[in-house]
Design a protein around this ligand. Structure first.
Ligand code: BV8
Ligand code: ZN
Length: 252
């Protein structure tokens, strides 16, 4: 395990980056952990206490909407107070140096957009949006988060616009992410345990399409044995390090 500061970035990776036009960043909760947002799994996962599968599903919401809404309120506050970290900011800056930079994220926290990334596919929705389970109308600014589960004027309960277990991913977002994976030269996998499907399958889609796969994580994951390069350390340290090495060895 490295701490990012003593990690050596392979020269062959920098060479590949120099020849690359399409770069994808497939990200998970770990990229936001240095912004103070707890991850779901992994050795530092705060939700180790609650299994996300038990709260992030429609049946749990119907059984106990107050509990599920409370969990999301808690997370909304953390997300609202958080700021993008050097990992999000490096990805956004790379847009100025490569032809095509795409973010495909499992995160619902909006931090890539706030960091300045432009082309983003959100596979699991966005915690800042909410809609009525009955008429599907979106409700955002007008919601009062301090008083229990809000209801739509049609009487339906309002839920966050995130993808729960057992629900289909938004088709346009998944197809966009899949197309980016297929067309990528380099596919970074950053801060994800890569156990939630179909999202994690995009790693194998990219690999089968010939992309070089680079994993950045504080620990080994399900995909570690399938990637071309693994860097074990914090995303907020390793991504800036890779980009610095790239700039040092590239003439502008
Ligand atoms: C579906 C949104 C079709 C809401 C989330 C058995 C086998 C295979 C699949 C299944 C199965 N049983 C059920 C399934 C399907 C299921 C699934 O994959 N389950 C798994 C868990 C077994 N998938 C689904 O249900 C999906 N839909 O399949 O639809 C369908 C439809 C109808 C009927 C049948 C099928 C929908 C899944 C969507 C779930 N939504 N979130 C919310 O946020 O509230 S899940 C949740 O996991 C997260 O939100 C995130 O989106 C996702 C992935 O988590 P990660 O981002 O990877 O985070 P994690 O905490 O796990 O890992 C963090 C990593 O970061 C760690 O590795 C850690 O080491 C690292 N790290 C920490 N700090 C740092 C770091 N790395 C770098 N730097 C650091 N500083
Ligand atoms: Zn409604």
């Amino acid at each position: 395990m490295g701490d990012g500061t003593n990690i050596k970035i392979d020269e062959s990776l920098i060479d590949s980056l120099k020849e690359s036009e399409s770069i994808v960043f497939f990200t998970g909760a770990g990229i936001s952990s240095e912004s103070g947002i707890p991850t779901f799994r992994g050795r530092e996962g705060l939700w180790n206490k609650f299994k996300p599968e038990e709260l992030a599903n429609f049946d749990a919401f119907m059984r106990n909407p107050e509990l599920v809404w409370e969990w999301y309120n808690y997370r909304r506050k953390i997300v609202h107070d958080a700021q993008p970290n050097p990992a999000h900011l490096t990805i956004a800056e790379m847009q100025n140096h490569f032809k095509d930079v795409t973010v495909v994220t499992q995160n619902v926290d909006n931090l890539h957009r706030r960091a300045g990334s432009k082309k983003i596919f959100e596979l699991h929705g966005n915690i800042e949006r909410n809609f009525c389970i009955n008429c599907k109308k979106f409700h955002n600014e007008e919601l009062d988060f301090s008083v229990g589960v809000p209801k739509c004027e049609c009487g339906g309960l309002i839920r966050p616009d995130v993808v729960w277990f057992g629900e289909y991913l938004p088709e346009d977002q998944f197809l966009g992410g899949e197309k980016a994976a297929i067309n990528s030269d380099i596919f970074f996998v950053v801060g994800t345990s890569a156990v939630v499907y179909p999202a994690a399958g995009l790693v194998y889609t990219a690999k089968a399409s010939g992309a070089t796969i680079i994993e950045i994580n504080i620990e080994e994951t399900e995909i570690s044995s399938s990637v071309n390069y693994s860097y074990f350390g914090k995303a907020g340290e390793i991504l800036p390090r890779i980009f610095e090495d790239y700039k040092l060895r590239t003439d502008f």
